[in-house]
Design a protein around this ligand. Structure first.
Ligand code: ADP
Length: 270
């Protein structure tokens, strides 16, 4: 029986419980504050394109007898609505990622395929700025998770590498194995990010240069999404950069061990 010790332990246990309760409350308050901030930011971010579209629609009505002006305004409405659609999609993606701790239906994912798919998706955008890719991906590297989410993480990094680099520069993508970790890095020769901003670029809606980000169709959510996708996969994303010289974003994920040589990888997960 342990009834004798109960009384003696009651006080310290009670204190500890109280402390835990208080910590819990502080944590809950912080979560609530972050949520409120996010909602406020979302409404602010949505108002800008919606307001823009409303103004442009007025302009179309006013310019009804000037077909050229009508076309010009209509095109801008199209651009703004595309941006709005993307923004809404990214807000939904981010909320889903924050709600889930891990991918819902994890699969064995071939890292080489993820890299190839992401690079293929970005080729046209890169060609528009005369930029080239150098890709080096080791074969036989696997992670466990959601392949399409990982493609999204990489395309977000590649979109930024293209957006924040001058024409005629190169983007280097390297996937390699470091013991039990798979490392995928994306390096650009762009403008780089200052040390103060490096700490903040993964925050939702944070942009170093809001006007420029907007001009390139940026939502300020790309890196927050990358961060959450990595966390969901039990990994992380880090940044190394020198202003004026370029940036390297590195994704590190736990490596899935697969028996080598001709064995169907989907049946040989260790
Ligand atoms: P955005 O939609 O604005 O690109 P992100 O979350 O993807 O949002 O990035 C946040 C900010 O970080 C960007 O607005 C930009 O200022 C900076 N940034 C991201 N990637 C790069 C990069 N490769 N080079 C320079 N700056 C970058």
């Amino acid at each position: 029986g342990g009834e004798i010790t109960v009384g003696a332990r009651a006080a310290p246990l009670g204190d500890r419980h109280l402390l835990l309760l208080l910590e819990d409350r502080t944590q809950a308050k912080r979560v609530e504050a972050v949520r409120r901030d996010f909602v406020a930011n979302v409404s602010h971010e949505l108002k800008t394109p919606v307001g823009g579209i409303a103004l442009l629609a007025e302009a179309v009505l006013d310019a009804a007898d000037d077909p050229e002006a009508v076309e010009r305004f209509a095109r801008r409405i199209k651009v703004e609505s595309t941006r709005l659609t993307r923004l809404v999609q990214e807000i939904v993606d981010l909320s889903r990622l924050q709600a889930a701790e891990t991918p819902s239906d994890p699969q064995l994912v071939d890292v080489d395929e993820v890299v190839q798919e992401a690079v293929d998706l970005m080729l046209t955008l890169a060609e528009g700025k005369h930029m080239s890719f150098r890709v080096s991906a080791a074969e036989g590297l696997y992670v466990y998770g959601d392949g399409s989410m990982l493609v999204t993480a990489l395309t977000n990094l590649l979109t930024n590498a293209i957006a924040y680099s001058p024409e005629d520069t190169r983007i280097t993508v390297v996937a390699r194995r470091l013991e039990d970790v798979v490392e995928i890095s994306v390096s650009d020769q762009g403008r780089g990010i200052s040390p103060e901003d490096q700490e903040r670029v993964f925050e939702r809606f944070y942009r170093v240069d809001a006007a420029r980000s907007r001009a390139t169709g940026g939502t300020g959510l790309g890196l927050a999404i990358v961060k959450h996708i990595c966390a969901n996969h039990g990994g992380e994303v880090t940044l190394w950069s020198r202003e004026g010289h370029g940036s390297t974003f590195t994704i590190r994920l736990p490596r899935a061990q697969v028996e080598s040589d001709g064995v169907d990888p989907s049946t040989s997960l260790v």
